[in-house]
Design a protein around this ligand. Structure first.
Ligand code: ADP
Ligand code: MG
Length: 267
């Protein structure tokens, strides 16, 4: 089954785009087919895989005028729905506000053999992020290890609970500590708090690393721009961790294991 995943956090600069792009690329590297949907008018995910767009085609697709624009990329296994500044106009034509669910039908009508559709959300909980959450079964939340970062996660949980009324199957699959500095005491304090809040769902950390800061400027994910780097190692590991978690959860449900085993899987 096609899995739709939103990468969300209303805070900017925490590693949403970096995570969406690099997890997509790591999936591609292990032979999976992935559709990366750039839902941020800044178009950072598009630029990070060497593509740019005005965003008009995506806007029209969301308005149900055309099909979702899908382009291939030089990243093995990864196709892209590119975004651009025109998408910032989304709010203007939406009189119904946040309740409008226009992305789900767009994705349903888009055919491709993708195992995962990963959506890079803008740094807000506006209409675009709301639509991404409505269309997703899974959520990845990149978090920066800071007091304000933790506060942002709490706000995210509230927002996801609100979406659950319309989309009950949605769940936070992974909380990804990004831009981590292990030598700072606050890092360990925040990690303890995150693990208490999300038992079994806090992924291995992504360290602050220059390879990740440089990769977008080269229009390539880190595993292509700096194959041997801390950034590549960290995203490969996090992707394996995510796969293991998602596969286990799927197998448990498919095999109809007992609740006890299910609980063990999640903790
Ligand atoms: N682990 C990291 N190490 C170094 N730089 C990073 C790391 N993660 C993200 N960055 C850089 O920080 C900036 C913000 O990251 P980004 O993923 O765009 O955040 P968001 O999408 O949440 O706004 C970008 O310039 C990105 O290259
Ligand atoms: Mg971003």
């Amino acid at each position: 089954m096609r899995q739709v995943i939103s990468v969300v956090n209303l805070k900017g600069g925490v590693g949403k785009t970096t995570s969406a792009v690099n997890i997509a690329a790591c999936w591609g590297e292990i032979g999976k087919k992935v559709l990366l949907v750039d839902l941020d008018p800044q178009g950072s995910a598009s630029l990070s895989v060497g593509k740019s767009s005005e965003g008009m085609e995506l806007l029209q697709a969301l308005q149900n005028k055309t099909a979702l624009p899908v382009v291939s990329t030089d990243v093995p296994g990864v196709d892209l729905v590119p975004s651009g500044i025109a998408l910032a106009k989304t709010g203007q034509w939406l009189s119904g506000g946040e309740a409008v669910n226009f992305l789900t039908p767009c994705l349903e009508q888009t055919h491709g053999d993708w195992e995962h559709i990963i959506i890079d959300c803008p740094p807000s909980l506006g209409v675009l992020s709301h639509n991404a959450l409505m269309a997703s079964q899974h959520v990845f939340v990149p978090v920066e290890a800071s007091f304000l970062g933790l506060n942002g996660v709490q706000q995210m949980m509230t927002a996801i609970d609100a979406v659950k009324i319309h989309n009950p199957s949605i769940k936070i699959e992974a909380v990804i500590p990004c831009r981590a500095h292990r030598r700072r005491r606050i890092h360990w304090d925040i990690m303890d708090k995150l693990k208490a809040m999300f038992p079994g769902r806090v992924s291995p950390i992504i360290r602050e690393n220059v390879s990740l800061a440089e990769a977008p400027g080269r229009g390539k994910p880190v595993i292509m721009s700096s194959r041997i780097s801390k950034g590549s190692d960290d995203y490969r590991l996090v992707t394996l961790w995510i796969d293991e978690r998602m596969n286990r959860a799927e197998n448990v449900i498919e095999n109809n294991f007992t609740g006890f085993q299910l609980q063990k899987t999640y903790n």
